[in-house]
Structure formats: structure tokens, C-alpha cells
Design a binder for this molecule. Structure first.
Ligand code: URA
Length: 247
């Protein structure tokens, strides 16, 4: 990384953790653990409209985004200001998947615009990537999960299963070379695992989703709280890069 970039990262308190160092061992691609196929049905229950997962699976980009913006498949639609379909290059090589919009994202209709988004931008920069250039950013759920106390909360299993067909369609349309799951909601949802699975048990193994290498790392919001895990996250990102360019 050039000294200019390095200085910027250090100024932002990220320090040398994100310097490009030697790459960790490349996971063997032939030993990828593929995620089980996800159930294609909607979650059912109150508030679900007739937009079925089968319909979603054939949508083009414009229809998909318009459908997400008007979606009523789960009760998250009731409190939203904006649904947040995702942003970036529709032919991206890298797909970053977060959990769901927070307060800032709900207000602006864009993913990762708050402090965690700044860190995600820096993580991409350390990989010589930028938002919108070879990258697409999406979330598991497209509307903000908000708790009774007015704070952000993780999505429930029902909310995840109602929304997941949208992410699946985005993955189908983009066909990225690697998917980076940011945090346990993204990882567990893509792997079809229960919500109480620990991120530590998921990281560090070669995995895939629909034949696409799936890298699992920490959510940027967690890294803001626990910066000492940035070195581990950097190893995860290097493994993701290896899956693309065979370093
Ligand atoms: N956290 C997420 O998981 N996604 C966002 O878009 C913002 C914060």
C-alpha cells in the first residue's frame, strides 16, 4: 500500500493493522464447504404479501429494487423510512454482506453510511478496493430492525427468512467471485445456520455459497468496539482475496 494511503488509514485510527503484509495460507478451493440450499419459500405469518420467493428469483435489477422498496413481506416495513436494497457495481467481483440497515441507513436509504460504514470503506481500501468499484454492498435484511427501545437490533429468524430471497437474487444477478459475510447474522443466514451460532466457530474455514467462495469475518461495528480483532479480520480478508486471485 502506498505511503499516502497508509497515512490516511493511520489518521483515521486504523493504524498499521490494515497494511498489506504477507498473505496467509490460501484455503484449498477443492475443500470448500458449500452452504446448504436455502429454503425458497417466504417466512409466512402476518404481514406477508403475495410476492413469493419464486417470483423474486426471476426478477431483473429494476424490478428487484422496486419490489424491495415497496416490500411488506415482514413487519419491518411498518417502521421504515427507506428500504435499503444495496449499492455498488452490479458486476462486482466482491460482494460484502452486512446484517441490516441501522438508523442512519434507514434515513438515507444507503447501506453502511454510519461509523461502521467508514470502517468498511477502509477495509475495502486496504484491499485496493473502493465502494462501487468492483464491489457491491448488501444486507441480509433490507429494512431496519428496531427494538421497542428505539435502538437497532438484530433481525429475527422470521425477518431473515422473509428477506433472504432478495439477497439470493442479488447474488444470482451479480455472480461475484467472492462473498464476504460481515458478522454472524450474515454468515449464519447464508449458511442456513441457527442464530445462536458463534462467529468464532464459522471463521477460518473455506466455505462457499452457491459455488461462490464465502469468506466470514467480523462485522465492522464489532471491530469498532474491539479493534484488537482487526488483525484477525485482515487475515480473513486476505483469504477472501486469495479465493479470487490465487495468491
Ligand atoms: N450494519 C449493517 O449490518 N448494515 C448496514 O447497512 C449498516 C450497519
Amino acid at each position: 500500500m502506498n505511503p499516502d494511503k497508509l497515512r490516511k488509514l493511520e489518521q483515521m485510527g486504523l493504524g498499521p493493522v490494515w497494511q498489506r503484509r504477507g498473505l496467509p495460507d490460501t484455503p484449498a478451493q477443492d475443500s470448500l464447504i458449500d452452504a446448504p440450499a436455502l429454503a425458497d419459500d417466504a417466512a409466512g405469518g402476518p404481514g406477508h404479501d403475495p410476492v413469493l420467493a419464486d417470483d423474486i428469483s426471476g426478477m431483473d435489477w429494476e424490478t428487484l429494487e422496486a419490489t424491495i422498496r415497496q416490500c411488506t413481506r415482514c413487519r419491518l416495513c411498518e417502521d421504515r423510512h427507506h428500504a435499503v436494497p444495496g449499492t455498488g457495481d452490479r458486476n462486482a467481483r466482491w460482494l460484502f454482506v452486512g446484517e441490516g440497515p441501522g438508523r442512519n441507513e434507514d434515513l438515507q436509504g444507503e447501506p453502511f453510511v454510519g461509523p461502521a460504514g467508514k470502517l468498511l470503506d477502509n477495509m475495502m481500501r486496504a484491499l485496493d478496493l473502493a465502494r462501487g468499484e468492483q464491489t457491491y454492498i448488501a444486507n441480509v435484511v433490507k429494512c431496519r430492525p428496531v427494538g421497542a427501545d428505539g435502538r437497532d437490533r438484530p433481525p429475527s429468524a422470521d425477518e431473515v427468512s422473509a428477506c433472504l430471497p432478495y439477497l439470493k437474487r442479488q447474488i444470482d444477478l451479480i455472480r461475484p467471485q467472492v462473498i464476504v459475510a460481515l458478522g454472524k447474522t450474515a454468515a449464519g443466514s447464508l449458511l442456513g445456520l441457527p442464530g445462536d451460532v458463534s462467529l468464532g466457530s464459522l471463521r477460518g474455514q473455506p466455505r462457499s455459497f452457491a459455488g461462490i467462495p464465502l469468506a466470514i469475518t467480523y462485522h465492522p461495528a464489532y471491530l469498532l468496539r474491539k479493534p484488537t480483532d482487526k488483525a484477525r479480520a485482515w487475515r480473513d480478508l486476505c483469504a477472501a482475496r486469495s479465493a479470487i486471485d490465487g495468491h
